[in-house]
Design a protein around this ligand. Structure first.
Ligand SMILES: Nc1ncnc2c1ncn2[C@@H]1O[C@H](COP(=O)(O)OP(=O)(O)O)[C@@H](O)[C@H]1O
Ligand SMILES: [Mg+2]
Length: 415
């Protein structure tokens, strides 16, 4: 019976969904590490937890290692150490290395977490990526711009959620970087890349011991960077009806090559059993470039969208994959999409929400679930806004129409 240790920094709604999925698996011994106390484990799950260990900081590799060691002594050898958050990838890998637990090691985790190394590894394996460099000074940044020209993009070496990511189009933009806290120094090296003008897509892949067994994909409308740059645009993610639709179908070989490169020699071990989330660019001329890859389930509602489109529970499927190296490929039955509601105006809080009834009526049967922003809610600085809705439809066009209706009708104002 595999012994799975799940890391839940806090027992929040989304994390509990993953915890519940592991708890629901027959034939798994489940232990939990968290920063929240044991009393915060959802009551119905407590009897399923063989051991719980609380740590001060669940994102700290050393603390996780201490906790996992104690759990192993108490319950027995750990077969899988897992967690759904991007920020857990490196600390979990440190713990696996220290305790000899199968799965993604620190070396492989770096391929996924360090944007500079990721691009170097991909390039070395002939996978198309944007020209990039890690720069440690304004001089190095200027040198890179000298090579590739404006515009470039500057971002953290291990970022997420498009935080601290800036488009630099001119010498003036370059000079303004330090006021945004984005000045490259030896202590804070920054990732700089040629700016790729393209549509942005994702490719979610299930690999079992390195072999891709299933793929799904989405498109972002517009790109996350454009969403953040443009306070008044709404954000949507669309999952098309047909699994073999273009441009996703043509991307599959690039996806396979990229994953093989990043998992490297560990591909055919437990490290290569994963659900990965790849973001990629499709340029005007039809060529594709890999942007980045997460060795974890995707965010921005893509898990629920995949579940809707394939009439499955992808969170449960992922838990089974991790615990047993097992995945039954799911046929696509629907198109699906998510709309994110973002407020307009100045101010730090939501002061009004209107058009919800019209939006619901216009979306019709396609609407699956809706979380409307609430008056008084704090402004969200990210691209996910203050609320969202998910849709599904028999056709891609139908799902698009429903998304359009939702974002046209729902009006959120800050004040
Ligand atoms: N080289 C690039 N060219 C154009 N846009 C980019 C480039 N790199 C990143 N972006 C934009 O910035 C967003 C965030 O960058 P990304 O590399 O995905 O980092 P993260 O999502 O980890 O913050 C992307 O979704 C994309 O919209
Ligand atoms: Mg990204």
């Amino acid at each position: 019976m595999p012994h799975v240790v799940f890391i839940a920094p806090r027992f929040l709604e989304n994390t509990n969904r993953y915890l519940r999925a592991f708890a629901a698996l027959d034939g798994v011994t489940l232990s939990v590490i968290s920063a929240d106390p044991e009393s915060a484990i959802p009551a119905e799950l407590r009897p399923r937890v063989a051991a719980h260990y609380a740590v001060a900081d669940a994102l700290d590799g050393a603390q996780i290692t201490t906790a996992a060691r104690a759990i192993a002594q108490h319950v027995g050898r750990i077969d899988r150490l897992t967690g759904a958050l991007e920020q857990l990838q490196t600390p979990m890998a440190q713990c696996r290395d220290a305790l000899g637990i199968e799965g993604i090691s620190s070396a492989v985790a770096r391929n996924f977490r360090d944007k500079d190394r990721m691009k170097d590894v991909l390039r070395a394996h002939g996978v198309p990526v944007a020209r990039s460099a890690l720069v440690r000074s304004v001089r190095e940044l200027a040198l890179f711009v000298g090579h590739v020209g404006y515009p470039v993009i500057v971002k953290p070496q291990a970022g997420l959620g498009s935080r601290a990511t800036f488009r630099v189009e001119s010498a003036a933009d370059m000079a303004a970087l330090s006021s945004k806290g984005a000045k490259p120094t030896a202590a804070q090296p920054l990732q700089v890349e040629e700016f790729v003008r393209a549509r942005e897509h994702t490719c979610e892949t299930v690999t079992v011991r390195g072999v891709p067994v299933w793929r799904s994909g989405t498109r972002y409308y517009p790109t996350p960077l454009e969403v953040l740059e443009t306070p008044w645009v709404q954000y949507c993610v669309l999952l098309p009806r047909d699994a073999d639709d273009e441009p996703w179908a043509s991307f599959a070989p690039i996806n396979a090559a990229a994953l093989a490169a990043l998992f490297g020699k560990d591909a055919n071990t437990a490290a290569g059993t994963a659900l990965t989330h790849m973001e990629w660019f499709l340029r005007e001329d039809g060529t594709a470039l890999v942007n980045e890859v997460g060795a974890r389930p995707p965010g921005v509602q893509i898990m629920p969208l995949m579940s809707l489109a394939h009439e499955t529970d992808l969170v449960a499927d992922w838990a089974e994959l991790i615990a047993f190296d097992r995945f039954a490929p799911k046929p696509r039955r629907w198109a699906a999409g998510a709309a994110f509601f973002r407020g307009h105006g100045r101010g730090a809080r939501v002061v009004s929400v209107s058009g919800v009834d019209d939006a619901v009526a216009a979306a019709g049967d396609a609407l699956v679930e809706m979380r409307t922003p609430k008056v008084g809610q704090e402004r969200n600085e990210g691209y996910e806004g203050e609320g969202w809705a998910t849709v599904k439809h028999a056709t891609t066009e139908g799902a698009k129409r429903a998304l359009k209706a939702l974002i046209e009708h729902v009006q959120v104002r800050y004040g």
